[in-house]
Design a protein around this ligand. Structure first.
Ligand code: UDX
Length: 448
């Protein structure tokens, strides 16, 4: 089989590379000439564990190629994936201009039957717009070429995207013809080895599935953050509560970790877009509106604890921050809670010295020289007034605490991800703050 993947961002690049990995002939297309040149030289626009090696290997085997020429690349392809960006417009709805521009370009260039698949996260009803855009172009050319449109949402997690793609929990495909179903079945056959299902459905249901999945996960997180805040007030320990409820299979033990709010490119954007779509169609997503509100509030919880601990006097103090990206194993800074915490600290006249294993370059695009960047995690601690654990990178899990306490001016740790054990930290002589923990009952009322 031959496929074209349009858009070499995160989703497009992982999709194209993983299809090449199982032996499919893939061309990845982008209008950004520099990006394509870089990819040809093995330079990737994003960091994702294992992806670079896989790109280089498949390019060498000539199963994966890169091009700016959409026209030639889709001719002879069985499937064209649209994986371009859908940035949120000012009102929170997904902007479809790039998706529809690709659809028009496909209509202008296609010569044979092709299945055009939306892979970008797009609102319900987008596949219909894609179909119309292609039809208009074919009409303008005065040709009649059969094609199908399909919706194939992705469920990749940054940092684990390759595994998620090669061993998916499920693959969801929305189709409206038997012919498209057959093409997509053939394409995905190599990924069904572990017995997980390929689920075919109608197109609007597939489009909705993506939003419903992300909205449900965001809801779990906001719910647990709310429970964590209440635990602090009531003298309960959210770690215990989490274990207690997570062993109920109906609830499950995943995505119930409280923290400093969800970030990234998906949850914030998709929750907003679903609220907006519902509103436009006369429906009020009350649960999701609260999910969003709780999340915004949660990004300030760590700062409030810091402010409270230092009695509001942060001017001239230095804070060491471990982790900047919105989660570990990525350099993605989109909607990262670290940005909110840093902004609040700087506004109070504090200094910030941060270290992140991969995201410092990306973070510097937003933060510039408003903060200092450490060469490793220990350097950030020199004469700092407290340590803030913001992103739970594995290398921060068991630092040398003797060194930590020697370097810090005051032995205080604010742990936004509950990665350290509170009792252990107290034994080691630290004043330790986590999220939703029991011993914080005295400080908590003002902090929330
Ligand atoms: C998410 C979805 O998981 C994925 O299926 C979809 O395709 C894209 O969006 P991603 O944004 O890469 O993936 O990250 P994920 O690991 O899901 O984490 C999202 C956010 O939730 C992070 O900010 C993370 O810190 C937070 N989170 C996650 C919690 O606060 N608590 C949890 O228990 C789990």
């Amino acid at each position: 089989m031959r496929i074209a993947v349009v858009g070499t961002g995160y989703v497009g690049l992982v999709t194209g590379t993983c299809f090449a990995e199982v032996g499919i002939d893939v061309t990845c297309i982008d209008i950004d000439q520099k990006k394509i040149e870089n990819l040809k030289n093995g330079i990737l626009p994003i960091y994702e564990p294992g992806l670079e090696e896989m790109v280089v290997r498949n390019a060498q085997k000539e199963r994966l190629s890169f091009s700016t020429d959409l026209g030639t690349s889709i001719q002879g392809s069985d499937v064209a994936f649209i994986a371009v960006g859908t940035p949120p417009g000012e009102d929170g709805s997904a902007d479809l201009k790039y998706v529809l521009a690709v659809a028009r370009a496909i209509g202008q260039n296609m010569t044979d039957y092709i299945v055009v698949v939306t892979k970008s996260t797009v609102p319900v009803g987008t596949a219909k717009k894609v179909r119309e855009a292609i039809e208009q172009e074919l009409e303008a050319r005065g040709v009649n070429i059969a094609f199908d449109v399909a919706s194939n949402p992705e469920f990749l997690k940054e940092g684990a995207a390759i595994d998620d793609f090669l061993k998916p929990d499920r693959i969801v495909v929305g189709v409206s013809s038997k012919r498209a179903e057959e093409v997509m079945s053939k394409l995905y056959k190599p990924f069904l080895m572990n017995g997980h299902p390929l689920i075919f459905m109608d197109i609007p249901s597939a489009e909705m599935t993506k939003y419903a999945a992300n909205a449900m996960l965001a809801t779990k997180i906001s719910f647990m953050n709310d429970i964590a805040n209440l635990c602090e007030i009531m003298g309960a320990d959210v770690n215990m509560v989490r274990k207690g409820i997570g062993s109920d299979a109906r609830i499950g033990n995943k995505f119930i970790y409280p923290g400093i709010g969800y970030g990234g490119s998906c949850f914030p954007k998709d929750v907003k877009a679903l609220i907006k779509t519902a509103h436009e169609n006369g429906y009020d997503m009350r649960v999701l509106k609260s999910v969003e509100e709780v999340n915004e509030n949660q990004k300030s919880v760590l700062f409030n604890k810091i402010n409270n601990h230092f009695n509001g006097d942060l001017a001239g103090k230095t804070f060491a921050i471990w982790g900047l990206s919105f989660k570990p194993k990525t350099d993605d800074m989109r909607e990262a809670p670290s940005l909110v915490i840093i902004e609040k600290l700087l506004a109070k006249g504090a200094k910030v010295r941060a270290y992140d294993p991969v995201a410092m370059k990306e973070a510097s695009h937003t933060l510039g020289d408003t903060i200092e960047y450490g060469k490793d995690e220990y350097e950030t601690l020199i004469d700092a007034d407290a340590l803030l654990l913001v992103t739970e990178w594995p290398e921060f899990r068991s630092p040398n605490f003797t060194v930590v306490s020697k370097l810090l001016k005051e032995k205080v740790i604010f742990d936004g991800r509950n990665i350290y054990d509170a009792a252990d930290m107290q034994d080691k002589g630290f004043t330790y703050y986590g999220i939703g923990l029991k011993q914080q009952v005295a400080q908590v009322n003002e902090a929330i």
